[in-house]
Design a protein around this ligand. Structure first.
Ligand SMILES: *[C@@H]1O[C@H](CO)[C@@H](O)[C@H](O)[C@H]1NC(C)=O
Ligand SMILES: *[C@@H]1O[C@H](CO)[C@@H](O)[C@H](O)[C@H]1NC(C)=O
Ligand SMILES: *[C@@H]1O[C@H](CO)[C@@H](O)[C@H](O)[C@H]1NC(C)=O
Ligand SMILES: *[C@@H]1O[C@H](CO)[C@@H](O)[C@H](O)[C@H]1NC(C)=O
Ligand SMILES: *[C@@H]1O[C@H](CO)[C@@H](O)[C@H](O)[C@H]1NC(C)=O
Length: 590
């Protein structure tokens, strides 16, 4: 066991020395979720592009479950596709050129095995194989073109991630720690350094098998002598294990074309694989009669000409459509390099145009148990159904109609169909145009609806803004009014305050005035009193002066009848004043 492992390790290291591959493992991107029966050449992704060759790829789905990865590998003459570790089974068809495919299978006891391949060959490599491809030198510069399908089933059904179709050996080794490699391979640091420091090469590099190959004269002679096609097919060399579409008789052949399929019965290499291969060549104005595959899904690549393909959806009795594997009846035009996929149960037909043949090569799943079922022609599955029952299933009044339906077609499988492709193409195109128009109309409508909605939203927004503004204005106004009112109240208060203050002031002034007047009065009175007092003093002295006068005056007064009382004997200011005035009058009169 350990020894075997070491052996494999050594083999790998040897391979590494020779060709440290950098094949960018294709198919890492996820698969499109919606089923598309047609994948055009233009929609392939470019995986590798070097001077020595290119690899393009497409991912396809069969309805809703399975998924497949296709690669189109093109090698210039004398080139090498560097070794890769295959992640899934690979079935390939050699479209043009010649070359050699070398592989190392899990039971590497046979060492590296090789098969020489040429135009028309089919072969299968098992999952887990390491393989590489060399292209022969070619005087006509014919490229080696390989169409390969990788069974990528379970991609979405398992938790296992999809690592792409294959990975290059170089990366597998170089991913390890250096010391692990040193110990693991039992080699020096320098050797590992040499491995690790080398630049990652492109997937396809120039390569010349100079010494080993002696193409030469032998080829022609042996062919001529033995009637075989070339030295590579000679049994003394590595025995041919491929299947070739162009050797031997087709499975079905008539003047409208031929078709051949290969399963594990025809090709030992397909043993244990669920993939098979087929090729159909429709001559001008011919059709592959309507048929369906009960078990297989077909993935076909157009290798020559144009054609029309029509696929019918198996009806769903519940009437519910499953979005994840949506299906609708469809017809489409295909051209060289396009890929089309027809899931099982889907009746289909392929039709060639009047001016050219239409050739496609394909891969089908579950080939072991699949038997295509034809609707029309001598071999129609409908032929074996009781006509009465058939009539009922078509809701025909009696069996005459269905008998007629099945009686006329004398051919089987590949049928004549002059101008069918042209008419179907025209109808499809006008249908497509109509659909496009409808789609556009729908889009326009949606656009309009969207615009309308936007407009409405805009209006609503404007309205809202206006309302908000109004609200704000109203609030502002209210605020203003409130402010004004407050101001007025404040002013009123102030005025009142001012008035009160004024009144107080006035009162104060009045009181002041009154006080002042009182004081003045008091002062005046005091003055008068003083005056009076002074006057009295003066009067005394006067009386003293007029001592003799007094008795005379008193007499006169007595005569006049006046009171004899003294004027100052009475109290009160008024009296005083009056008396003083009277006195003064008397004084002046006197
Ligand atoms: C191929 O062989 C020829 C002569 O045998 C030699 O001149 C040439 O260099 C070789 N080419 C390579 C790439 O080895
Ligand atoms: C397909 O058939 C036509 C007519 O028989 C023939 O000319 C043509 O070469 C065939 N094409 C292929 C790829 O076999
Ligand atoms: C749709 O198909 C998928 C895949 O077969 C399946 O898992 C799913 O349940 C289906 N959905 C419905 C609504 O039938
Ligand atoms: C054959 O006819 C179809 C449709 O009429 C046309 O599209 C196509 O280009 C023609 N092919 C050749 C090789 O003339
Ligand atoms: C079958 O039905 C068609 C149309 O209704 C009628 O013309 C024909 O005579 C019927 N044939 C038989 C055998 O009943």
């Amino acid at each position: 066991m350990v020894a075997k492992k070491a052996l494999l390790g050594a083999a790998v290291v040897l391979l590494l020395w020779a060709f440290c591959s950098a094949a960018a493992a294709g198919g890492e991107k996820r698969f499109a979720s919606r089923f598309r029966p047609l994948v055009t050449k233009e929609s392939r992704t470019r995986v590798v592009e070097t001077e020595s060759g290119t690899i393009t790829a497409v991912d396809v789905r069969d309805g809703c479950a399975g998924a497949y990865h296709l690669q189109f590998i093109t090698l210039e003459p004398s080139s090498l596709f560097l070794p890769v570790l295959l992640h899934s089974d690979m079935v390939f068809y050699v479209h043009t050129g010649r070359g050699r495919v070398s592989y190392l299978q899990e039971d590497y006891k046979h060492g590296t095995q090789s098969i020489d391949v040429k135009h028309g060959d089919v072969y299968r490599l098992e999952q887990g194989s390491v393989f590489y491809v060399e292209s022969n030198p070619s005087p006509t510069r014919e490229k080696l073109r390989i169409h390969a399908v990788f069974n990528a089933m379970n991609i979405e059904n398992t938790a296992e991630p999809f690592f792409g179709a294959y990975s290059n050996i170089c990366d597998l080794v170089r991913g390890f720690d250096e010391q692990v490699l040193e110990m693991g391979f039992g080699v020096s640091k320098e050797v590992i350094q040499g491995i690790i420091s080398a630049e990652r090469p492109p997937s396809i590099v120039p390569y010349s098998q100079n010494e080993t190959e002696k193409p030469s004269w032998k080829e022609g002679i042996i062919e001529a002598l033995l009637g075989v096609r070339g030295p590579r097919d000679l049994p003394n060399k590595k025995k041919t294990k491929t299947f070739n579409f162009f050797s031997g008789k087709p499975d079905v052949e008539n003047c409208y074309g031929w078709s051949t399929a290969v399963t594990n019965k025809g090709l030992k290499a397909l043993k244990g694989s669920n993939l098979g291969a087929f090729m159909v060549n429709l001559t001008t104005g011919a059709m592959m009669g309507p048929h369906w595959n009960p078990k297989a899904t077909e993935i076909a690549i157009v290798i020559h000409g144009h054609g029309m393909v029509q696929v019918v959806c198996p009806s769903n009795p519940s009437g519910q459509s499953n979005k994840s594997c949506e299906c609708k009846n469809t017809a489409f035009r295909v051209k060289e390099g396009d890929v089309f996929i027809v899931p099982r149960f889907h009746p289909m037909t392929q039709i060639s145009f009047n001016n050219d043949s239409f050739v496609f090569v394909g891969f089908s799943t579950n080939v072991g148990q699949n038997h295509p079922q034809f609707l029309a022609g001598k071999r129609s599955a409908l032929q074996v159904i009781n006509k009465e029952i058939l009539a009922m299933s078509f809701n025909a009044p009696n069996s005459t109609l269905v008998e007629e339906l099945l009686a006329s077609q004398r051919e089987s499988i590949i049928l004549s169909c002059t101008s069918c492709a042209e008419d179907l193409a025209k109808r499809t195109e006008s249908e497509e145009a109509r659909e496009r128009e409808e789609e556009e109309a729908r889009k326009r409508k949606e656009e309009e609806a969207r615009k309308r909605e936007e407009e409405e939203a805009r209006k609503r927004e404007e309205e809202e803004a206006r309302r908000r503004e109004e609200e704000e204005a109203r609030k502002r106004e209210e605020e203003e009014a409130r402010r004004r009112e407050e101001e007025a109240a404040r002013r009123r208060e102030e005025e009142e305050e001012a008035k009160r203050r004024e009144e107080e002031e006035a009162k104060r002034r009045e009181e002041e005035e009154a006080r002042r007047r009182e004081e003045e009065e008091a002062a005046r009175r005091r003055e008068e009193e003083e005056e009076e007092a002074r006057g009295r003093e003066e009067g005394q002295s006067e009386r003293e002066r007029e001592g003799e006068e007094e008795p005379r005056r008193r007499r006169r007064e007595e005569e006049e009848g006046g009171g004899g009382e003294a004027p100052w004997e009475e109290g009160g200011e008024g009296e005083v004043v009056r008396r003083s005035k009277v006195a003064a009058k008397k004084l002046y009169k006197g």
